[in-house]
Design a protein. Structure first.
Length: 198
């Protein structure tokens, strides 16, 4: 009789676990849908802003506004790596770290002095583990970054670029394509200032 009761208890436990898992799945699906809507909604603005900036550029303006200058040779560059603060996200953080390692390696092979800026615990933890110096780090930015967070990240880099201390700034970030694209496609590096790298 005890075995029957024990078996019933286990069945009940498995059913409860299934209910909890289903609820967690529904919450995760809802969060993902909201995040996807925000990303897709922001894309047209980002593209329009990029087009406006490219149309505005001229050598005369670059002389007046140091942030518009386009160095012919890159001697010193900053790489900003943006990863998550938590794990359990598949290959998300691993792909971003791999992309940053490839970019830093290529820049250093080209004779460029690279300073690394890490945003997120996972990227910071990796580079501390391998013993690479990190110029600055931020781990306090949550799931919903604000424009103030962005300003805090870039103000110092903009000042360094305007003074000529940096010739290029590269951002290694996740690029959302679709919910079914493979995680391997999610990491990309974007040249904010300086020449693009393919």
């Amino acid at each position: 009789m005890a075995k029957g009761r024990e078996l019933k208890g286990r069945i009940k436990s498995v059913e409860n676990t299934r209910k909890i898992t289903r609820t967690m799945e529904m919450v995760a699906t809802s969060k993902m849908k909201r995040a996807m809507d925000r990303v897709v909604g922001a894309r047209p603005y980002a593209q329009a802003l990029g087009e406006v900036m490219s149309r505005l550029y001229s050598p005369e303006l670059a002389e007046r506004f140091p942030l518009l200058r386009q160095p012919t040779q890159v001697r010193r560059a900053a790489v900003v790596l943006i990863t998550g603060n938590r794990g359990l996200s598949g290959a998300f953080n691993a792909n971003l770290i791999r992309e940053s390692r490839n970019l830093i390696g290529q820049l250093e092979r080209d004779g460029v002095e690279v300073e690394l800026h890490a945003v997120g615990r996972k990227g910071l933890g990796y580079y501390r583990y391998v013993g690479r110096a990190v110029a600055s780090s931020r781990t306090d930015i949550g799931d919903r970054p604000t424009s103030e967070n962005a300003a805090e990240l870039v103000d110092g880099l903009m000042a360094a670029f305007a003074k000529g201390d940096l010739d290029a700034v590269y951002i290694v970030h996740a690029h959302f394509r679709s919910a079914i694209s493979t995680p391997r496609q999610s990491a990309s590096s974007t040249a904010v200032h300086g020449p693009s790298r393919s």
